[in-house]
Design a protein around this ligand. Structure first.
Ligand code: NAP
Length: 476
């Protein structure tokens, strides 16, 4: 069995205890990871603080070159990293619509290179006979990165690379459910970066590692991706030392389908953006509002696609959808399905676990629900979609917005300009027209309302890893 060490100050660190890492396709452990504790957090933060002065003072071009080398190392180890991602997340190597471990590792590589090339130039506010006023971006110090289990490697990259690019050092804590590919990435990066610049601490479920890291006085900023409930706890803990925060939290993204669409063509796209990675993506489509004139036809088409999807072990090349990532998430999906049944939901397909020891659930389409049940009101984060009927577009926009989340949304129509005008009315950080969840490394992405604070990606995302310093040089 593979054993995962922590990595602190450039050195592997073992712990006296380990915790198992489960392959969700089998329900059995395939690796074990070091069960770190608060003393490891202290050591990692101390190492990152020591490394900060040298790393932040390094010329930008040198930091960029080292990060490009990290991107090249990810590329050189792509098959190995894909295998690890599939084993720990269950996500297929290729997956529905090409969204799988290959996309996760390929995306990690692409984000690394694009982010390495980003710049935060000095802004000149005034330059005249009286004075020159410049605004500089300065690194913050030690960044704590806490990542979830759904896209563990990709999200680690989303946190770590901009933090390092801006001149910070990092202590990374992956989800206890998925530390394996992240640990390998940290190991590869440490062969390139100076010691202490990027540290990894792992902890078992309910361990002190996450709370100790977010409360640590030596940490300047926390970047957290995960559930809204944990985000609230982290924000409360960060208040004590006024740490900077980026919170990328849960979503309950609505899609609105206008009556002018080609039902068959749009169904295929809707199915892919809802069910890829088994719906376990923050910006998957999670509530679908469909005009009454095409409602039954679109429901039938979605049910046909769901029934035909190939569900299985992600290591098999034909698999489109793997297992749900963990037993708790599977139990939550079963609860949501039971609640939907109790609220009169019409199950057009699925609605049950699949046999075997893995955490498999049949792709499920539920019609005839309205708000007031868990499957519509809360984030399901699994392969089960409520399809909701609407009559007029103002009603659809109001219902889409009537939710505490505000991550993404989409409008689907044969008239993209009209759809864009409707999209602008949605209360969310990203809106897609005839697409959903299509993030890219140079455009900001983040949630509003309860879906988070701040953004990632592009120069806006990079700026979140800096503080502003205004420099006024008097000339007379
Ligand atoms: P989670 O349960 O909130 O856990 C996320 C991370 O926080 C894990 O590493 C977890 O460690 C750690 N953690 C838990 N309690 C903590 C505490 N008190 N202090 C510090 N750290 C703590 O979320 P998840 O179930 O892994 O992820 C799924 C959620 O992430 C969904 O809601 C999804 O929408 C959201 N998400 C959002 C985005 C976005 O960009 N907005 C992207 C992806 C996912 P342990 O696992 O060791 O407990």
């Amino acid at each position: 069995m593979k054993t995962i060490s922590m990595l602190i100050d450039g050195q592997p660190v073992v712990a006296s205890q380990h915790f198992p890492v489960i392959n969700p396709a089998t329900g059995a452990a395939f690796a074990e990871a070091a069960a770190g504790d608060a003393t490891h957090v202290d050591a990692a933060v101390a190492a990152a603080r020591r490394a900060f002065a040298g790393w932040s003072a390094r010329p930008e071009g040198e930091r960029q070159a080292l990060l490009h080398a990290v991107g090249a190392a990810i590329e050189a180890h792509m098959p190995e990293l894909m295998q690890l991602v599939t084993l720990e997340t269950g996500k297929p190597l290729n997956g529905l619509g090409g969204v799988g471990a290959g996309m996760e590792v390929g995306g990690a590589m692409a984000w690394t290179h694009v982010t390495a090339d980003l710049a935060l130039p000095v802004e000149v506010i005034q330059d005249n006979a009286e004075a020159r006023v410049e605004v500089h971006r300065k690194a913050l110090g030690v960044v704590a990165s806490i990542t979830p289990w759904n896209w563990p490697l990709m999200i680690a990259i989303w946190h770590v690379i901009p933090a390092l690019r801006a001149g910070n050092t990092v202590v990374l804590k992956p989800s206890e459910l998925t530390p394996v590919a992240t640990a390998r990435f940290v190991e590869l990066a440490n062969a390139i970066l100076p010691p202490g610049v990027l540290n990894l601490v792992t902890g078992a479920a309910g361990s002190a590692v996450g709370p100790a890291l977010v409360a640590h006085p030596g940490v300047a900023k926390i970047i957290f991706t995960g559930s809204t409930a944990t985000g609230r706890k982290i924000m409360a803990s960060a208040a004590a030392s006024l740490k900077r925060l980026t919170l990328e939290l849960g979503g309950n993204d609505a899609g609105i389908v206008l009556p002018d669409v080609d039902v068959k063509a749009v169904a295929e796209k809707l199915f892919a953006v809802t069910f890829h990675n088994n719906g376990q993506t923050c910006a998957c489509l999670k509530r679908l509002y469909v005009h009454e004139s095409i409602y039954e036809a679109l429901c039938a088409e979605l049910a046909r696609l769901a029934s035909q999807a190939v569900v299985g072990d992600g290591l098999l090349p034909e698999t489109q959808l793997g297992p749900v990532q963990n037993a708790m998430q599977l139990a939550k999906i079963e609860e949501f399905a039971a609640d939907a049944r109790a609220h009169g939901g019409r199950f057009l397909c699925g609605g049950e676990r699949l046999p075997g020891s893995g955490y498999f659930y049949a792709p499920t389409i539920v019609a005839d629900l309205v708000e007031g049940c868990r499957l519509v009101d809360e984030e399901q984060f699994g392969p089960i979609l409520p399809v909701i009927k609407y009559r007029d577009i103002d009603e659809a926009v109001r219902r889409a917005n009537d939710n505490p989340n505000g991550l993404g949304g989409s409008v689907w129509s044969a008239d993209p300009a009209a759809a864009a005008a409707i999209g602008r009315r949605l209360e969310c950080g990203s809106v897609w027209i005839n697409q959903h969840g299509a993030v890219q490394p140079d455009a900001p992405f983040g949630g509003i309302k309860q879906s988070g604070i701040g953004v990632g990606f592009g120069e806006h995302g990079l700026a979140e890893f800096t503080s502003l310093q205004t420099l006024k040089i008097m000339k007379s």
